[in-house]
Design a binder for this molecule. Structure first.
Ligand code: ZN
Length: 187
């Protein structure tokens, strides 16, 4: 028998199993939530700065708003004594390639429009919602399942918020990434 590539379903099952193994208690859930909300806030703030550097104030503003929302969310995660991140950031990469709410920077284009920024934000928020939904389904105790379900609802609200902004910023015409004066590659 030749080994075959795992199917999408198998990968999804692996991620679910990893989430289920990693989040068993309230403390586990709070640890993950704290890490992912604060990482999301940091990343959105970083993106806002990057967009400012490229003089794209419109997109910078969108990311600054997302950073504020996620920052608020991270603050709401109630850490009790002894709770909080115990692992190095790279050890949280078991779900997908990074903590579920962070935006991979390779998806960024310096000329990206608010539309593109919001599409990325939507993917992040959906990934976060999916993460909490898995916990809400598979956690061993009702307390953790309920908490995760509440958090999934909050992420659902973030998705809806992003969708509202997306309605204001429809997909731009082809050619949005044409730059008559491209940045010097040696910069
Ligand atoms: Zn969120």
């Amino acid at each position: 028998m030749t080994p075959s590539m795992p199917t999408k379903e198998e990968i999804a099952r692996d991620v679910e199993a990893e989430v289920a193994a990693a989040v068993k208690s309230r403390a586990d859930l709070m640890e993950m939530a704290y890490v992912l909300e604060s990482e999301a806030a940091d990343r959105y703030a970083e993106l806002a700065d990057q967009m400012e550097v490229h003089n794209n104030h419109e997109v910078a503003e969108v990311f600054a708003k997302m950073a504020a929302i996620e920052g608020e969310h991270a603050k709401k995660v109630e850490l009790q004594p002894g709770e909080g991140p115990k692992r190095a950031p790279w050890e949280y990469r078991w779900i997908g390639f990074e903590a579920p709410e962070t935006t991979p920077s390779e998806d960024l284009h310096y000329l990206m429009t608010p539309h593109h920024a919001l599409v990325l934000a939507k993917v992040n928020e959906q990934r976060a919602e999916a993460f909490y939904r898995v916990v809400a389904r598979l956690a061993p105790t009702l307390e953790v399942r309920n908490l995760a379900a509440e958090m999934a609802e909050e992420e659902r609200e973030h998705v809806e918020l992003v969708e509202k902004w997306l309605a204001k910023y429809p997909e731009p015409e082809a050619g949005w990434d044409d730059d008559p004066d491209p940045p010097n590659a040696l910069d």
